[in-house]
Design a protein around this ligand. Structure first.
Ligand SMILES: [Zn+2]
Length: 395
């Protein structure tokens, strides 16, 4: 589960944890959920249009509040006003992100029913009569919606505080609730890594990764099998009559298959990153431009393999334990440098998988050698940075 680390107050640091549950709304609740999705989308688009109009007329950036729209659009009153407030906050954040880093985030876009995933967020309010959102043994109670039956696989601890719920609908028509909890945590004691307790990871074309101990990890076989199955299903769909009942049924099967593949991949990534984060004190990776890599690697979809998500999981799972996630520079010469003696062999071609160092004669495997270099570079970089800040003297 993705968790963000944030210090809300100096005294008690806390973390956020998300529990995702499958929702089983009744017919009535489903209608209200759909209405809420629609209202949130409507409000977002109205606000965005007004921001643009206002800016064009006055040169001032201003986002109106949801209350302003309720008179002209009375249907907005039918849904939870908290969901509408969240739209305002999200739009505000979208603009802040854009002003801060326009190249990364881009200008906020209008939402269409087709292009965006249906979702809305409701924040929990601490009313005198109790919190506005309550998680029960077999469901979740939300304003206006009432008790929605849900499948809970994981129970929050007593001292976790429910902060918000984001309800979303997948393309195949399933409803999910992402429940955000704030929980108190002890600040982990930072662990200073040694070479023996540090792992270097090299993201290789042919493998999910190769590590500095010579171990390879492959994306599981079934992931490939699912992908082939999906290709066959899509081919079948292409031969069907658009708009027919068979077409609709096949399209739904494909949506479910997409979801299944995404779930399988997520499961693999979480388990693999958990295994590494628990077994090692530090992990070094190269700052690889994943988009560029996926463009150059023919037939291998790097984005598809989820390596970016894997790295993010590693980062926070290590940080939770006071361990180090170290990124070495993209242009660190890891492949051509002999790990044994440090000599650089410029003659190494892109196709050489095995090579012997002309300087010391060491027999090297390209990917493992690179992973070992990443580990050593990373550690060196870590020691340097920390000795500069005076955290400890270099080992
Ligand atoms: Zn050598």
């Amino acid at each position: 589960m993705p968790a963000k680390r944030r210090r809300s107050s100096a005294a008690q640091p806390s973390q956020y944890t998300v529990i995702k549950v499958r929702l089983h709304p009744s017919q009535e609740q489903t209608e209200l959920l759909e209405k809420t999705f629609g209202c949130c989308r409507y409000l977002w688009n109205q606000m965005l249009a007004d921001v643009q109009e206002f800016y064009a007329a006055t040169d001032i950036h201003y986002i109106p509040t949801p209350a302003r729209y309720k008179r002209s659009a009375p249907f907005l009153a039918e849904v939870d006003s908290q969901a509408l407030c969240a739209v305002h906050q999200n739009l505000r954040k979208a603009f802040l992100d854009f002003f801060r880093a326009p190249n990364t985030f881009g200008y906020p876009q209008f939402k269409t029913k087709k292009a965006q995933k249906d979702s809305f967020t409701v924040y929990c309010r601490p009313y005198r009569t109790g919190p506005s959102i309550v998680l029960t043994a077999d469901g979740i109670r939300m304003p206006k919606l009432g008790q929605i039956p849900a499948t809970l696989h994981r129970k929050p601890s007593e001292d976790w505080q429910l902060r918000s719920v984001t309800v979303s609908k997948t393309r195949s028509g399933k409803y999910f609730g992402a429940i955000v909890f704030q929980r108190p945590t002890a600040v982990p004691v930072p662990i200073v890594p040694t070479q023996e307790r540090t792992l270097g990871l090299n993201h290789a074309f042919r493998h999910f990764y190769v590590d500095s101990n010579g171990m390879c990890a492959e994306a599981p076989q079934w992931l490939e099998a699912s992908r082939k199955k999906l290709a066959r299903m899509q081919q079948k769909l292409s031969r069907m009559q658009r708009g027919s009942k068979n077409y609709a049924e096949q399209a739904q099967k494909i949506r479910l298959m997409h979801e299944q593949i995404a779930n399988q991949r997520r499961d693999f990534i979480h388990k693999e990153s958990r295994r590494i984060a628990n077994a090692w004190d530090a992990v070094c990776v190269r700052d690889t431009d994943l988009i560029k890599l996926s463009q150059t690697a023919k037939g291998v979809n790097v984005m598809d393999s989820g390596f970016g998500m894997f790295r993010e999981c590693l980062r926070y799972k290590l940080a939770q334990q006071g361990k180090q996630y170290i990124v070495v520079g993209r242009y660190a010469p890891t492949a051509k440098t002999c790990h044994a003696c440090g000599a650089v062999y410029e003659g190494l071609s892109d196709r050489d998988r095995q090579w012997a160092c002309p300087h010391c004669g060491a027999q090297l495997c390209r990917e493992v050698n690179a992973a070992q270099n990443i580990r050593d570079w990373g550690l060196q970089q870590y020691y340097q940075q920390n000795s500069e800040t005076g955290a400890f003297s270099a080992v």
